[in-house]
Design a protein around this ligand. Structure first.
Ligand code: HEC
Length: 190
């Protein structure tokens, strides 16, 4: 049986201190909550196809993509976690409502398409056609923004079914690719 020496106690304390630093480091891993940058112009007018936020079939297809069941080469869960709890350091935690509500559908879609430079988050556009990127987003948003949809007029997340259709689109019937109003200023340029 080992006697506890002063040295041993000190090492124990250092060990505990180290452990708590690690835990704090994990929690702070995502850094402060700040709004993401605006998407580039070619993504600024991309929006979830009409009706998909509420479509359980679409969301389930998104889940299958997310967990790598649709295509083994596309496995978002391998970093973001099957239940949305990140399993790779630095991967975005979609359960964080306060952060994720700062993401428009356009920004979210842009990041899935083009990735985030100098991080493990790569561009998925070569592996996922547009519809699949929307589907996986429809699923990802259920972790922190369940039951909500992005209102492109108000520019905020609102309960599914309560978003106002864009002014250019007559309620309900507008095609997803309705041309933008000509007077609308181009987004993204500074
Ligand atoms: C190899 C690990 C890895 C995989 C696989 C992965 N991601 Fe990520 N993802 C990350 C990391 C790391 C970040 C954080 C990037 C940063 O620091 O902004 C991230 C961030 C994101 C973001 C937020 C971007 C931002 O601006 O904050 C979205 C959205 C996202 N991932 C979606 C996906 C989707 C959808 C898939 C699957 C098609 C996927 N990710 C697969 C590692 C991964």
């Amino acid at each position: 049986m080992m006697k506890r020496t002063a040295w041993g106690t000190m090492m124990l304390l250092i060990g505990l201190a180290g452990a708590s630093v690690t835990v704090a480091g994990c929690e702070a891993g995502e850094g402060p909550i700040v709004a993401p940058p605006d998407p580039p112009a070619e993504y600024a007018d991309k929006h979830m196809p009409a009706g998909w936020w509420a479509d359980e079939k679409i969301i389930e297809e998104g889940r299958q993509i997310f967990i790598g069941a649709t295509n083994i080469d596309v496995n978002c869960a391998s970093c973001h976690g099957k239940d949305g709890k990140p399993v790779k350091a630095g991967a975005r935690d979609f359960r964080n409502t306060e952060r994720m509500k700062l993401y428009s559908d356009a920004v979210w879609f842009w990041r899935i398409s083009e990735g985030v430079k100098d991080t493990k988050m790569k561009a998925w556009k070569s592996k996922l056609p547009e519809e699949d990127r929307w589907k996986v987003m429809a699923y990802e948003r259920t972790f922190g923004l369940k039951g909500l949809e992005f209102d492109v007029v108000k520019k905020e997340w609102v309960p599914v079914g309560s978003a106002k259709p864009p002014a250019a689109a007559p309620a309900g019937k507008a095609p997803a690719s309705a041309p933008p109003k000509p007077k609308k200023a181009a987004a993204g340029k500074t």
